[in-house]
Write a protein that binds this ligand. Sequence first.
Ligand SMILES: Cc1cc2nc3c(=O)[nH]c(=O)nc-3n(C[C@H](O)[C@H](O)[C@H](O)COP(=O)(O)OP(=O)(O)OC[C@H]3O[C@@H](n4cnc5c(N)ncnc54)[C@H](O)[C@@H]3O)c2cc1C
Length: 281
Amino acid sequence: MSDGLRMAVLIKQVPDTSSATGVNPDGTVDRARAKKMINPFDKFALQKAIEVRNARGGEIFVISMGPPPAIAVLHEALEYGADKGYLLGDRRLAASDTLATAYALYKAVLYLKDIDIIFTGLQTTDGDTAQTGPQIAERMGVPQISYCETMEIEGKTVKATRIIDGGVQRLEVEMPVLITVANSAVKLEHKRFANVYKTKQALRDKDALADKIFTVDLDEVEADATRVGLVGSPTVVGKTWKIGEKGGSCKVFKGAAPKHEVELLVDEISKDERGVMEFVL
Ligand SMILES: Cc1cc2nc3c(=O)[nH]c(=O)nc-3n(C[C@H](O)[C@H](O)[C@H](O)COP(=O)(O)OP(=O)(O)OC[C@H]3O[C@@H](n4cnc5c(N)ncnc54)[C@H](O)[C@@H]3O)c2cc1C
């Protein structure tokens, strides 16, 4: 076992929303047909964990809960630089809401033992609730730093800033801790170069990566099967429907120069009865 920090990064496979396929006639996502990808927010969580490991040493375990194809996101995470991947896959997990999902993932984190930091993305691009991370922290009884923008580690103390309305909040907490990573926590150059890094790593040892990925079921993580799936999910979806297109109008401001066009726009906005600020927002 490494002397450094033991970190878990939670990564979800989501439908690739840029692809045109994968929508049922009733407007719901056809998960089986849709192209899949790593939840983009989770790449930032992984990048943060890699930065911490580079500075402090340790190991990064990525966990994904999902059906067998979700193993692809674990592969990708290892290509980026994670150390080991765990797919929490079990048919009994189907139809889990966020309460059940957070319970199952909490059990998977416990299974890995002595995790110091759990990183999650801010939210997903499909469910988009941002509830999973905070619910896991609550279940584990550990502090959480949501919307974390900066973090420093001294021993087992994490000093962090998190984004709040109108500013930032400074926090100092002891590990273990759960951190949901804000997009702005990751330096722009890392966002740009992530793919280059990934390619290099992938070329180096593609086959070896497969030996570092494990599939575990509910029994192995000692989860209670009555607390997941349909039976463990109190959420009831009343109705889903397609959002209709708004038939808005568009006005083009043409002037002699950009400055003049901006003046015309400001003039127009000023006339709006909702006021300039509300119009702009
Ligand atoms: C009644 C109901 C039934 C559902 N049935 C299904 C179903 O059959 N199949 C299905 O795929 N979804 C199903 N869902 C959706 C599923 O509950 C959510 O996708 C899941 O709870 C995560 O919520 P979220 O997408 O809002 O994630 P958020 O809370 O927005 O995610 C925050 C972060 O948590 C982590 N995270 C979230 N989910 C996972 C995961 N699965 N693995 C690893 N890390 C994760 C990531 O780091 C992510 O960035 C159902 C939801 C409801 C309400």
